[in-house]
Design a protein around this ligand. Structure first.
Ligand SMILES: [Zn+2]
Length: 246
């Protein structure tokens, strides 16, 4: 019972430790300003609800930023044509038959673009410069574990976190509190496994020190003077006495 209780306690410490580390890393990435939705994104076009979500997909170590807008199929086709060729500006007519949408799996489930109810209000006129109207940022390592949604359409509101001031040259800075269930779980498992190494090493060192000073390796009770092979009178652990010095 004692051993089972200890194993459960260790698992609990590892699990909580893993979750704390995952959260701390995500907050640090958001706070540090390294999330930059600026250079060389992947352009993705995913058909949703009769419209096309056109997302600029930026990635870095421990973060992903999707800045996206919702547009009609013709405009999306023209935009996709430009990025395919690439040409600076396509002035001719291009109908939606050119459009070859990307697979939905190319965009993460945690973004707000999947449900038309979450879309920012429609822009009055189509702005051709890739000006994003909403952005979803995911932070965490190895996987994004928390996400913040920023509606930049003019309402300028955010959900799942709060934006901080950005000094010159810095990327976006924010605190984030909306967890991505799958990402947080997998990151926590990853860091819990990583914690096994120092926890295991510390436990081995404690046992080694107890053995050297002739104590029970399980509980640390002084076993000097007891017969070889005797049970520990304190915790009942067996066979720990043999190597105890006289
Ligand atoms: Zn003992």
């Amino acid at each position: 019972v004692r051993r089972a209780r200890r194993a459960i306690l260790i698992l609990l410490v590892l699990g909580v430790g893993g979750a704390v580390i995952s959260t701390a890393i995500a907050e640090y990435i958001g706070w540090s300003g390294r999330v930059k939705c600026e250079a060389s994104p992947q352009h993705r076009f995913v058909a949703i609800g009769g419209k096309v979500v056109w997302a600029e997909d930026f990635k870095g170590a421990g973060w992903r930023c999707l800045s996206w807008t919702v547009t009609d199929r013709d405009s999306a086709a023209a935009a996709q044509y430009e990025y395919d060729k690439p040409v600076k500006f396509y002035s001719g007519h291009l109908d939606s038959s050119y459009l070859h949408p990307d697979a939905p799996e190319t965009l993460p489930r945690w973004a707000h673009l999947w449900d038309p109810a979450d879309w920012p209000p429609e822009q009055k006129e189509y702005v051709y410069v890739p000006l994003f109207t909403a952005a979803d940022m995911g932070v965490g390592w190895p996987l994004p574990a928390f996400t913040i949604y920023w509606d930049t359409s003019g309402r300028n509101e955010w959900r799942g976190g709060t934006m901080l001031a950005t000094p010159r040259g810095s990327g976006l800075r924010f605190w984030v509190w909306r967890p991505i269930a799958r990402g947080l779980l997998l990151d926590s498992l990853f860091w819990a496994a990583a914690l096994l190494v120092p926890v295991g090493t510390a436990r081995s060192l404690i046992k080694l020190r107890r053995r050297r000073r002739g104590a029970c390796t399980a509980c640390g009770y002084d076993l000097r003077g007891l017969a070889d092979g005797a049970l520990c009178p304190e915790c009942g652990a067996a066979g720990r006495v043999a190597s105890a010095p006289a």
